[in-house]
Design a protein around this ligand. Structure first.
Ligand code: C5P
Length: 206
């Protein structure tokens, strides 16, 4: 099989990243965290650039740096992601990645709905607000960030509302996506459910 695309969408901190990386590793596919493109654009905007020019001018180096994961960059990413021309600037890179030979996993908000509506497998990964905030809080606290559970919860709620409420490519479960609610699951159990789901389609060879 030369091309096989897995689209994984869902709100922030639902476990998409771990699941996407795990699925990619298991099947030998390449993985693209599309949130990084928006974070990189958002970081350039925080440095004073115009959002559309920033998105159009992204370079491979833009996708590195610990500060890409900060709350400030996440909020800036979510603001620039609501601008249609920013999204347009990033579409072709994502679609080309999805078409690559050897299989691809893309995770984001609009992969199954807008970027790859014909993906071979679509998953929508979610979890309750409380569980997502707790997971993100633990990650940030472990990395030494100065945050409280309350501030993380408020941050996620603000970002989710903006991402789900925008007119262009809002966070949305595609009609044909498999819903994986990880609220009551360990991340290992969630990954294993995702792998089983992908394997069922991949082994059929269609
Ligand atoms: O997934 P992550 O939290 O890194 O994404 C950061 C922000 O980028 C999201 O809050 C969202 O606004 C935006 N995003 C998007 N579409 C994607 C991926 C991310 O709008 N496919």
């Amino acid at each position: 099989m030369t091309r096989f695309t897995v689209a994984i969408d869902g709100p922030a901190a639902a476990g998409k990243g771990t699941i996407s990386r795990g699925v990619a590793r298991k099947f030998g596919f390449q993985h693209l965290d599309t949130g990084l493109l928006y974070r990189a654009t958002g970081r350039r905007v925080l440095r004073g650039e115009d959002p559309v020019l920033a998105a159009q001018g992204l370079q491979p180096d833009d996708l590195f740096g610990d500060d890409l994961r900060s709350g400030e960059v996440a909020q800036s990413a979510s603001r620039v992601a609501a601008i249609p021309a920013v999204r347009t600037a990033l579409v072709e890179f994502q679609r080309a990645f999805a078409r690559r030979t050897g299989g691809a996993v893309l995770d984001g908000r609009d992969i199954g709905t807008v970027i790859c509506p014909d993906a071979d497998v679509k998953l929508y990964v979610t979890a309750s607000d409380k569980v997502r905030a707790e997971r993100r809080y633990k990650e940030l606290a472990a990395a030494g960030a100065d945050v409280t559970l309350q501030s993380v919860l408020a941050d996620l709620a603000e970002r989710d509302a903006r991402d789900a409420g925008r007119d262009t490519a809002p966070t949305k479960q595609a009609n044909d996506a498999f819903l994986l609610d990880t609220s009551e699951m360990t991340i290992q159990a969630a990954l294993s459910a995702a792998v089983d789901f992908v394997a069922a389609v991949y082994s059929r060879g269609d």
